[in-house]
Structure formats: structure tokens, C-alpha cells
Design a binder for this molecule. Structure first.
Ligand SMILES: [Zn+2]
Length: 305
């Protein structure tokens, strides 16, 4: 299953010539999980290779305009492009109110259904067959959440050669063994573990939204294969990060290291950093695998070997 992160907006608070406002798409197979929808993000959605009529869920970290206002434009753009599949949208309760009120006031119809889900508490938001999405309270001015997409363990590798040695015919018995069941063939038992390797871990992606680094988030993002963490400031402006409930590149990297994160990607840069090299360099002193987000950048995330 392909898993890639597509950055649709990477600036903090206001856009620049090069960066739009916060939005991160995680494309998993043919499904899109969208995290935040800052103003105007639908333009980069159109420019990316993401499909308008994909199965889609949207998660909004908090109600600040640079993370939530773009949802209206996105819905309209999808509708004008003839989307038919429903969309599930998750956010704190005011998000649903805002969307319903705005659609009513602006008076636009949609070519598809939207299902609005209120986030009232931390924990499990979505459980699908092979992945789940969970949320954790972040530490920002307003109610804010961070999210994790965690793939469930996959079955182990099936050893066809070994199955043939046991005289097992292909088909239903293979399926039973693969799913962990033992079978009886020619009067003797064949255990699933005789032909199927150990279960394989899935991948885990963390999305910080706007936040200070906290102990709780450190635990929440434990062992992420990829963590996208906000890096509004450099270490020289740590006092501002504290004052404004944001993080520095140094803090993002320190948390990622403590959490055992494999790859860290910095985003949500203050417009004062025309070049984010300084932030990248700062984080790389602490964590060995750090990248910086830029609009329309794609990062593929293969399974761990
Ligand atoms: Zn923000």
C-alpha cells in the first residue's frame, strides 16, 4: 500500500509567495486523509496530483483561520468538480457549527454529503480495517489537537514453498493459515506459524498542528515513522514560541528524538524565515533525519525493512 505525504501549505499565519497556509494531505492507497485546511489551500490541492473524487477524511487541528478557513473553498471546489463521494470531517464542536452556518449563509449547495464529527475528547477517532486515527490534546491558545495515523499490523509473509511441503492445496486453507488459524490436513495438524512469518508492523504518521512540545505529545508520537511538527521559530526566538504557544525547530527535534521518531519534517514556518535552512540546520544538530516541508513537496513512506 502506497503511503505518501503531500504538503499543500507550509506557512504560519499568513501566506508568502512560496508558501500557502497549513494543510497536509496523507495519500494512503486511493484514500486521502487531509490534516488542516488553511485559507486558499484548495489551489495547491488542484495543483497536486490528488484526485477530487477520492475517498476522503478531513481533520482540523484547531479553529484558527490559517488551519480551518480553507475548508469552505475546498468543499466548493470539490463540488464544482463533480465530486460524488461523501466526506467525513473531524474537529472540535465549533467546526461543525462553523461549516453548517457558513454553507447556510453563503448559500452554496454541494454535490456530495458531508458527515461532521465532533471531537470531544482524546483517543480513537477512526477505526478502519487496516488503520486508525487517534488524537491527543495539543498545547495552544485555543482547543487544539494533534493526530496520529497508525496502520494496524499486517499478516506475516506466507511461505508458499513450505505450504507445498505440507501438501496443502492453494485456496481456502491458505487463507485460514494466513489469518492465523491452524488447520488439519491428512489427519495431522499444521500450525499457522509453520507457514506464516511473524506479523509485520504498519507505519505511523504524526501531525502536530500548532502546539508547544509537551510530555503528553512526546508519548503520543512515540515511534512515528514520520512526524510533521510545527517549527514556527528558531531557537533564538524561544521566548516568542513560549509566548505564542508554538515550537522552535530545536524543540521539535528534541521531542522527535525523545519519541524515537524515524523521520522529522518541519513545517509552519514564520514568514520572517525567508529561508528555512537555519531552522533545518538547528534541528539537524539534534535529530539525524530532518527534512523541511515546502508547498507541493511529496514524501513517500515505505514500510520499515
Ligand atoms: Zn497556525
Amino acid at each position: 500500500m502506497d503511503l505518501r505525504v503531500v504538503f499543500l501549505g507550509t506557512s504560519a499565519a499568513t501566506p508568502t509567495e512560496a508558501r500557502g497556509l497549513s494543510s497536509i494531505a496523507v495519500a494512503r492507497g486511493s484514500e486521502i486523509l487531509l490534516f488542516d485546511a488553511g485559507e486558499g489551500m484548495q489551489r495547491n490541492f488542484v495543483r497536486s496530483s490528488l484526485r477530487m473524487n477520492s475517498k476522503m477524511k478531513v481533520f482540523i487541528t484547531h479553529m484558527h483561520a490559517d488551519h480551518s478557513l480553507g475548508i469552505l473553498g475546498l468543499l466548493q471546489t470539490l463540488s464544482l468538480n463533480g465530486r460524488t463521494l461523501p466526506i467525513d470531517i473531524y474537529g472540535e464542536p465549533r467546526l461543525a457549527e462553523f461549516i453548517k452556518f457558513s454553507i447556510n449563509q453563503i448559500g452554496f449547495g454541494l454535490s456530495f454529503d458531508i458527515n461532521l464529527h465532533n471531537i470531544e475528547a482524546e483517543g480513537l477517532l477512526v477505526r478502519e480495517n487496516d488503520y486508525e486515527v487517534t488524537c491527543c490534546e495539543a498545547d495552544h491558545h485555543v482547543i487544539a489537537y494533534s493526530f496520529c495515523l497508525t496502520e494496524l499490523e499486517r499478516p506475516g509473509v506466507f511461505n508458499v514453498k513450505r505450504a507445498a511441503q505440507f501438501g496443502i492445496p492453494e485456496g481456502n486453507l491458505f487463507k485460514q493459515l494466513q489469518s492465523g488459524k491452524d488447520i488439519i490436513i491428512k489427519g495431522s495438524i499444521v500450525r499457522s506459524t509453520d507457514v506464516v512469518g511473524p506479523r509485520r508492523p504498519g507505519r505511523k504518521i504524526g501531525i502536530s498542528g500548532d502546539t508547544r512540545p509537551t510530555e503528553k505529545l512526546c508519548k503520543f508520537f512515540e515511534n512515528c515513522d514520520l512526524l510533521v511538527f510545527e517549527s514556527t521559530y528558531g531557537n533564538e526566538l524561544r521566548h516568542k514560541a513560549i509566548e505564542n504557544y508554538h515550537a522552535t525547530a530545536t524543540e521539535a527535534a528534541t521531542l522527535a528524538r525523545q519519541s524515537g521518531v524515524r523521520k522529522l519534517v518541519l513545517t509552519h514556518f514564520s514568514t520572517r524565515y525567508r529561508q528555512s535552512n537555519q531552522l533545518l540546520a538547528e534541528a539537524r544538530l539534534i535529530h539525524e533525519d530532518v527534512d523541511e516541508a515546502s508547498d507541493l513537496k511529496i514524501i513517500d513512506l515505505p514500510y520499515r525493512q
